[in-house]
Design a protein around this ligand. Structure first.
Ligand SMILES: Cc1ncc(COP(=O)(O)O)c(C=O)c1O
Length: 425
């Protein structure tokens, strides 16, 4: 669906290449960023975010795209995607507040309430007074009671558990997980009940999981969409939209082929069938992953009988995915590359006192030296978002690139930021 906000420069949509590999980033620029803004450092290229959005929007011309903010909630990222025409899908009251703060109007904000804490519901219902067009998606019947208790009778979407999941790791497959959504067979009755109780029922929603790629995942995605199409046709109330989730995968390995998005879009439309409602998708990773790199510095080079251990100043508190999901991220030592020395098998680790704090084990990379800059690819999605203060590590700074120019988007934290909330006697 075309952007609601016209591009100020009127530029023709350009989806760019279907994947930006880590090898495509300019080494000199990355080195300059680390020198100017310090290390570790997240870099997010907003021009690439725009390209990713345009390519996705072109593949799904009849669909409405909501960006799953959880992948990267940086205000500039939300504002960029809103500028391109995306709505914002939020997983918490905090994300709703950040989307509204970024200038996204209420009608382009959806809150997907997953086991919502009371404070989240109270906050969102409070925001709804000022933004009455925002939508709340509920995934449990008793969330209706809790919304009613707070006086909410606004736009409501029902999250359904379609009984089929997909994704790159079992920890990110939500479609068949009982935690998410109401049982499929109860959904039609619940839609009727919600409408009877005075909610403005506008949609149904399901999400298979994250990192969908490969035949099996795609077959599961198609199955989910087909079940949602059936439910939409059986729905006892008129629906504005059918949201079939996000989860479109990106290649993390250097030699992995990108997803054939046009084929996925075609299969999605086919599986949905004729419905009297707008198809909605809500990708996160696809829009931001390859727009980001994490720059870090080599602290330690240690030869051991088994491997060369390379210690970086970034670890699992900076980028959690390898420790949490055994996720692969491409790595480039941009200084070692230039020395054109030998390649050695390296186990690249962070500074956290945990054995899971490792980015890779025995990966062949150019021979490292202390103070080299290492770039880690596909860090734009679920990178800074999952960063923590564990081991009292301040979170890194973030810069953004727009029209090629770099600027600081989020300051580096200090130890004082970590202890700020402590109360002394
Ligand atoms: C409800 C929902 N929608 C969308 C997404 C986005 O997934 P992805 O970033 O893989 O596109 C998620 C991810 O967890 C999700 O839980």
């Amino acid at each position: 669906m075309s952007g609601e906000v016209a591009r100020a420069d009127g530029a023709a949509p350009d989806g760019g290449a279907s994947i930006r590999r880590l090898a495509d980033w300019d080494a000199d620029s990355l080195r300059d960023f680390a020198a100017e803004y310090g290390s570790p450092l997240y870099v997010l290229d907003l021009d690439r975010v725009r390209e990713n959005y345009r390519r996705l929007d072109a593949a799904f011309p009849q669909a409405d795209v909501f960006y799953a903010a959880k992948a990267n909630t940086l205000g500039r990222c939300l504002a960029t995607l809103h500028d391109e025409g995306a709505g914002i899908e939020c997983a918490s009251a905090g994300e709703v507040a950040r989307a509204l703060d970024a200038g996204v109007p209420g009608h382009r904000v959806q809150y997907t309430a997953v086991n919502p804490p009371a404070a989240d519901l109270t906050t969102v219902v409070g925001l709804w007074q000022d933004y009455p067009e925002l939508t709340v998606t509920v995934g449990a019947a008793d969330t209706l009671d809790r919304l009613e208790l707070r006086g909410y009778d606004g736009r409501l979407c029902l999250r359904v558990n379609p009984g089929v999941g997909a994704g790159h790791h079992e920890k990110v497959q939500t479609g068949a997980d009982a935690k998410f959504g109401v049982p499929y067979d109860e959904a039609a009755d619940l839609l009727a009940e919600a409408a009877d109780r005075g909610f403005d029922v506008v949609g149904i929603h399901a999400h298979a999981g994250s990192g969908i790629s490969g035949e099996e995942d795609l077959a599961n995605h198609r199955e989910l969409v087909s079940r949602m199409g059936d439910l939409a046709r059986d729905a006892p109330v008129a629906l504005e939209f059918v949201d079939v989730g996000g989860g479109f995968g990106v290649p993390y390995h250097e030699d992995e082929e990108p997803l054939d998005l046009d084929a996925v879009a075609e299969a999605t439309r086919e599986a949905l069938g004729e419905v009297d409602a707008t198809l909605q998708v809500e990708p996160g990773r696809y829009l931001v992953a390859d727009a980001g790199v994490l720059l870090t510095t080599v602290n330690t080079v240690k030869e051991t009988p088994d491997t060369t251990v390379v210690g970086l100043d970034a670890g699992m508190t900076t980028l959690l995915r390898p420790a949490m999901y055994d996720a692969y991220h491409a790595m480039r030592n941009i200084d070692a590359e230039e020395r054109e020395g030998e390649t050695v098998d390296q186990t690249v680790v962070g500074p956290i006192c945990e054995s899971s704090d490792a980015f890779c084990s025995n990966r062949p990379l150019p021979a490292p030296e202390r103070d080299d800059i290492v770039a880690i690819g596909n860090a734009g999605a679920y990178g800074y978002e999952m960063a923590s203060h564990y081991n009292s590590r301040p979170r890194p700074a973030t810069i953004t690139l727009a029209d090629g120019a770099a600027s600081l988007a989020r300051r580096r934290e200090t130890i004082a930021d970590i202890t700020r909330q402590e109360v002394s006697e």
